[in-house]
Design a protein around this ligand. Structure first.
Ligand code: DUC
Ligand code: ZN
Ligand code: ZN
Length: 489
């Protein structure tokens, strides 16, 4: 008897990429995709995918896992719970953070997060390194060394008291990113505006969660984007602007891209499906919907969808940042905290793809190919994980989500596999659900069962790749030939 040719075949589904949707079998040998075609030879095992969609597993390029908040509150999840919940939602690659706080040595921070992820993760992962303490040692020694070790993206905060990086150290970090070939990602909001608004609101007794949204005045986003883009242009350093929430912010990015600057940007489901009105609940309840930047208005949602359609925003990540609605998380300061005392963040790894599939594929907004691009292929490309991750192609890792496009589900808190204890999207009715999920050829989700072992996810070392390469056009101010003699230009 002849040996079966492949280890596994996913037979008869509709396979989709960013450009094509077609009926095919997908054959897997070991951990990678060996063939895509019709009537492929036998395998040791087969999955019947007739009537289903066979899609690349999602790539979630922004998630906070086992991370301390700015105020020192720990996320609700472990690497195991977060990645199990991601897998249930059809995501097979995640990029969380190795988060430095002031006084910490970056190599130790990275080592500590490695240890946590190695123990728990059930899907593959890379890290963005958060820099909160731009000492000379961090900037000149640690960043270059760690980028070489495969951590080719850096994240900074322009707000939050204990994390924010001011303009001058930010320029140092942009330069370090440029010299080591890393992407610079940013949480860009104007700290002074937010701090000033917070003080005025609290002094007048406006303490409920809904005032969190008021305190993050809209202009704080567009102003910080403009300042960051200006500094990045000075250094000629590519940047990724995280979680765009306003129409004005999206316009700043469109204009910068129109000038040929290498500015990438993402938004998140909370800015496409929630509004500031969701924070307006009795008592402290609105804290469950508190994140930064806050959800805005319906017209911002429309502007963000348009920006996604036009390519101004290239990815949709979750910004998963789960805190329980109890004294360990959102209510750490007591049952009636003022909005400034509440940890910012929402759980989102699990619901990112089902929410977007329902809106984009089932309801038809932008369609299946764009869904794959925004949630898998584009983040894999921008963070240099493609072609290994983010697509269904021969030679790629067999990271695959099989979706039942007709399954109808009403989201409920009890269904979630993360440890937040709630989802801000409870009660929504969705059509389309990931029913089987594979990571490197292993079935890790089969219906409502998780079959993956803690620690079976692998670290993905990566260099900066194409997206992180400077344009090569140094502005005159930075050019010694042209301006360090202070010539008139
Ligand atoms: N915003 C959040 O809402 N949570 C995590 C960090 C952030 O910037
Ligand atoms: Zn952020
Ligand atoms: Zn974040």
């Amino acid at each position: 008897m002849t040996e079966p040719t492949y280890d596994l075949i996913i037979r008869g589904g509709r396979v989709a990429t960013t450009t094509d949707v077609f009926e095919a079998d997908v054959a897997i040998s070991g951990e990678t995709i060996a063939a895509v075609g019709r009537g492929l030879a036998a395998a040791k095992r087969e999955i019947d995918a007739r009537g289903k969609l066979v899609l690349p597993g999602g790539v979630d390029s922004h998630a906070h896992i086992e991370q301390l908040s700015a105020a020192g509150i720990m996320n609700a999840d472990t690497f195991e719970s977060a990645t199990v919940s991601a897998a249930f939602g059809g995501t097979t690659t995640v990029i969380p953070f190795a988060a430095q706080h002031v006084g910490m040595k970056l190599p130790q921070v990275v080592e500590d997060y490695h240890a946590l992820a190695k123990k728990g993760a059930v899907i593959d992962y890379a890290f963005h390194m958060i820099i909160a303490d731009a000492t000379r040692e961090t900037v000149e020694e640690h960043i270059p060394a760690l980028v070489k070790q495969g951590h080719a993206s850096i994240k900074i905060f322009m707000t939050y008291d204990r994390l924010k990086v001011d303009d001058e150290p930010l320029l140092d970090i942009l330069l370090a990113a440029r010299q080591s070939g890393a992407m610079l990602c940013a949480h860009a909001e104007n700290h002074g505006i937010i701090a000033w608004m917070v003080k005025r609101l609290l002094a007048r007794g406006y303490t409920l969660p809904k005032y969190h949204a008021v305190s993050h005045a809209r202009v704080s986003e567009a102003e910080a984007f403009t300042r960051l883009i200006g500094m990045a242009a000075l250094i000629d350093q590519p940047i990724m602007i995280f979680h765009v929430s306003t129409a004005e912010g999206a316009k700043v990015i469109r204009d910068a891209r129109g000038q040929g600057l290498k500015v990438f940007a993402e938004t998140c489901p909370q800015y496409l499906f929630l509004t500031a009105g969701d924070l307006d609940k009795p008592g402290a309840d609105g804290a469950k919907w508190m994140c930064s930047p806050p959800p805005r208005t319906h017209s911002d949602q429309e502007a963000l969808w348009q920006a996604l359609a036009l390519g101004d925003l290239q990815t949709i990540s979750s910004d998963h940042a789960p805190y329980r609605f109890d004294e360990t998380g959102k209510l750490r300061a007591g049952p009636n905290p003022n909005f400034k005392q509440v940890a910012n963040g929402l759980p989102g790894l699990e619901m990112r793809l089902p929410l977007l599939f329902d809106a984009m594929v089932s309801k038809g907004r932008l369609g299946l190919e764009k869904f794959i691009e925004l949630t898998a292929t584009a983040p894999a490309k921008i963070y240099n994980l493609h072609p290994r991750k983010g697509s269904i192609a021969v030679g790629a890792d067999a990271d695959i989500a099989i979706w039942d496009p007709n399954r109808e589900v009403t989201i409920a808190d009890e269904m979630m596999h993360d440890l937040a204890g709630y989802t801000p999207f409870a009660g929504r009715k969705l059509k389309g659900w990931p029913v089987t999920v594979l990571s490197r050829g292993r079935v890790i989700i089969d219906g409502n069962k998780c079959l993956a072992d803690a620690g079976s996810g692998q670290f993905l070392a990566r260099s900066g790749g194409e997206a992180a390469k400077p344009t090569g056009r140094l502005v005159a101010d930075m050019d010694p030939e042209r301006n360090f003699g202070a010539k008139l230009l």
